[in-house]
Ligand binder design. Structure first.
Ligand code: DX5
Ligand code: ZN
Length: 217
């Protein structure tokens, strides 16, 4: 399966979101980071803003919830029309029930793991999820450097999926750039979030093509 690129609009200009969504027209998804200042020490945007982003974005929207009360909020983003909703394993009380609710609402259901959260507890539950997001930085901020120590977790997940014959996607988020994307693709990831690498480039669309080509090598 070819690599999918999901630029994070956390590095876009929040006063010009619609313009900046059009600057990533060649992206497979637009990645939207929702932070509540409790699950992570940062605050971004919430449901009303994400609703408008979904309406104006020329591509499907991939919502990454970094919020404490995931069980309460995730389905609201599915109902708003997100193509994919990711909640954190550390924040959900009932991850399988929540994933089933998301699928019933017509969205791809995805579970995220912080760098220090082990993958083993979900290996028997992979069919319940359309995607697993392996955080490759501590969530909360863009522009941090990639944590190499997360690679074994990605390899473990890829091996389990190969063994089970599952088609769950593996997304990575944090520090993904020209210099790290090939390594993380080789470890088994197939969906790549990149914020500062894409929006920090002179031509974000050209950078998306470069990253995709490096991941597919
Ligand atoms: C961080 C967010 C990321 C962030 C990635 O908590 O989940 O999506 O925007 O930024 P970069 O690609 O700059 O590491
Ligand atoms: Zn994210």
């Amino acid at each position: 399966m070819p690599a999918l690129i999901s630029p994070s609009i956390l590095s876009a200009d929040f006063a010009n979101l619609e313009r900046d969504l059009h600057r990533i027209g060649r992206a497979d998804y637009a990645h939207v980071d929702v932070m509540d200042n409790h699950f992570v020490p940062n605050l971004t945007l919430g449901l009303p803003v994400v609703q408008r982003i979904i309406e104006v974005a020329p591509m499907p929207v991939d919502v990454h919830l970094m919020v404490e009360d995931a069980d309460r909020w995730a389905v609201e983003y599915a109902r708003a029309g997100a193509a994919s909703v990711t909640f954190h394993a550390e924040a959900a009380q009932a991850p399988v029930r929540l994933a089933r609710e998301l699928r019933a609402a017509g969205t791809r259901a995805s579970i995220a793991l912080r760098p220090a959260t082990p993958v083993e507890p979900i290996l028997d539950l992979l069919p319940e999820f359309d995607m697993v997001l392996v955080m490759t930085v501590e969530p909360g901020f863009g522009g941090q450097s990639f944590i190499e120590g997360t690679l074994p977790k990605i390899r473990r997940l890829r091996a389990a999926l190969d063994e089970q014959g599952g088609d769950t996607w593996i997304q990575v988020d944090g520090g993904v750039s020209r210099s790290t994307i090939a390594t993380v693709a080789q470890a088994g990831a197939n969906v790549f979030v990149a914020g500062s690498a894409v929006y920090g480039a002179d031509d974000p669309d050209a950078e998306i093509d470069t990253l995709r080509a490096l991941a597919d090598e």
